[in-house]
Design a protein around this ligand. Structure first.
Ligand code: CA
Ligand code: CA
Ligand code: CA
Length: 121
């Protein structure tokens, strides 16, 4: 959806455009543009701010473990393998690399590396 909003500000010069993050649905992360953004307002002219893209990142989780007895399932007492790098490449070609934690678990957010979280369980 593309919405164009018009706002009139009084003074030419630098204006700050700040999206109210509290109005966005929970979990939305900015994928295009910045917030807030400074724009230069010229007297008598219309200034268009950049496009602001947001989406909800998907999350991939998994576990890498030592299948001590080789039966194809993680049994009680079979330890996770720590510090294994896992790279998840999403359908847009964006790759995120994370490491397994002490339990062998990893968590990656698909849309943005800076928003990826590590989860311990
Ligand atoms: Ca904001
Ligand atoms: Ca912006
Ligand atoms: Ca096993």
């Amino acid at each position: 959806m593309h919405r164009n909003l018009h706002a009139q500000v009084a003074a030419p010069g630098t204006a700050s455009v700040d999206i109210d993050d509290a109005d966005l649905p929970v979990g939305f992360v900015q994928t295009e543009g910045t917030d807030p953004t400074d724009v230069t307002v010229t007297a008598g002219a219309t200034t268009t701010e950049e496009d602001n893209g947001f989406n909800v990142p998907g999350t991939v989780t998994g576990v890498v473990y030592n299948d001590v007895n080789g039966n194809g399932t993680q049994d009680a007492g079979e330890p996770g393998i720590e510090n294994v790098e896992v790279t998840i490449t999403d359908s847009a070609g964006q790759a995120v690399t994370v490491q397994t934690d002490a339990t062998g678990a990893y968590t990656a957010s698909s849309s943005s590396a800076r928003h990826s979280k590590r989860r311990y369980r």
